[in-house]
Design a protein around this ligand. Structure first.
Ligand code: GLA
Length: 384
């Protein structure tokens, strides 16, 4: 047994909370919310795109709804300079990263960058391996608030060790920086992620399809016990608005990420989104579930027929957030009973997509759920 695990076991024996082993850097106490360039733009990133995205995050109401981080993924970096510092692509990012971070900050937002724990990034750009300290110092100097660290070109390296190295370097930089671990769930990051970073990918890359979204849901859903304030399972960034799913499917995607207390990192073009996409991404009732301060990741509590699931997330005020998920291709009725929701007595229901109060219910409720869709409610006990 390695040392952290031994300490973990010992704390368990004496009944102390294991949270003492958290990477307690004070940030991401609720799942981080923001935007990342990869899902929509791939390598086509530039300072102009980032400035326009920051503007759109404000003008669309996303900032007011809680989105904060504007994160540039792979392909911003081209080389290292004579002192070993990463160099941004000067054509796409004239002036470098510091003024861009200042621009993002001037909008009341936060700025994020991508790197890779291996020798090169997934797109072949310089990686952080062997340059952990200088990269952490550089990022802090540029005003970076969020770093995603990928795992390409890391053959022969041990991921818990490498990510801990960069965690220590980030702490050493003196700037509170959200640390996003991206090793795709390859070495059980739910076991060591909480003491190493603020979020860790649980899966391979999401695709803009119903089956890919469900596959990431099912994998991340198995590791609920690892999630807590400051430390979150990451089933990958949102595809809402990218065009490969229907509006019902995107509402399901967003609801399920919220009930899993997943990071809500939009991955669409914020500058040209439809009203439907904007309404999905800024649904405050659903966002409140994701951001609930209790910080518990919801799980499946009932599956009476295959493909018809009830997901439940306990909330700080004693309410339960509930998603009725219809994975099938036929509209159908799904019910949820109080005993499965660990409730007793009458409770009031709020429909989180209909934005309406549905009244009081005694011991269960049911609803018609669209094909490939959800109904999402908040169930609040009447007497507490
Ligand atoms: C990996 C990551 C993605 C993205 C790309 C960039 O595939 O999992 O999220 O960062 O690399 O190259």
């Amino acid at each position: 047994m390695n040392r952290p695990l031994a300490v973990f076991a010992l704390l368990g024996l004496v009944g102390l909370p294991s949270v003492s082993l958290l990477h307690n850097n004070g940030v991401a106490r609720t799942p981080p919310m923001g935007w990342n360039s990869w899902n929509h733009f791939g390598c086509d990133v530039s300072a102009e795109l980032i400035r326009e995205t920051a503007d759109a995050m404000v003008s669309s109401g996303m900032k007011d709804a809680g989105y904060q981080y504007v994160v540039i993924d792979d392909c911003w970096q081209v080389a290292r300079d004579a002192r070993g510092r990463l160099v941004a692509d000067s054509t796409r990012f004239p002036g470098g990263m510091k003024p861009l971070a200042e621009y993002v900050h001037s909008k009341g937002l936060k700025f994020g960058l991508y790197t890779d724990a291996g020798r090169r990034t997934c797109q072949g750009r310089p990686g952080t391996y062997g340059s952990e300290e200088i990269d952490a110092r550089t990022f802090a100097d540029w005003g970076v608030d969020y770093v995603k660290e990928d795992w390409c070109n890391a053959e022969g390296l041990d991921s818990p060790t490498q990510y801990a190295k960069f965690r220590d370097a980030l702490v050493g930089s003196g700037r509170p920086i959200v640390f996003s671990i991206c090793e795709w769930g390859s070495a059980n990051p739910w076991a060591w992620g909480p003491e190493t970073g603020n979020l860790w990918r649980t899966t391979t890359d999401i695709e803009d399809s119903w089956t890919s979204m469900l596959s990431n849901l099912d994998i991340s859903g198995q590791h609920a016990s690892a999630a807590r304030p400051g430390a979150w399972n990451d089933p990958d960034m949102l595809e809402v608005g990218n065009g490969g799913m229907t509006d019902d499917e995107y509402r399901a995607h967003f609801s399920l990420w919220a009930i899993m207390a997943a990071p809500l990192i939009a991955g669409n073009d914020l500058r040209s989104m439809s009203t439907g996409t904007r309404e999905t991404l800024t649904n405050r009732d659903v966002i409140a579930v994701d951001q609930d301060s209790l910080g518990v990741q919801g799980t499946v509590v009932e599956e009476r027929s295959p493909e018809l699931q009830v997901w439940m997330k306990p909330l700080k005020d004693g309410s339960r957030a509930v998603v009725l998920l219809n994975r099938s291709a036929l509209q159908t009725v799904i019910g949820a009973s109080w005993w499965r929701l660990r409730l007793s007595g009458p409770a009031r229901l709020r429909d989180l997509w209909g934005h309406s109060d549905l009244g009081a219910f005694t011991d269960h409720f049911s609803a018609t759920v669209p094909a490939h869709g959800v109904v999402m409610v908040r169930v609040t006990p009447e007497t507490r």
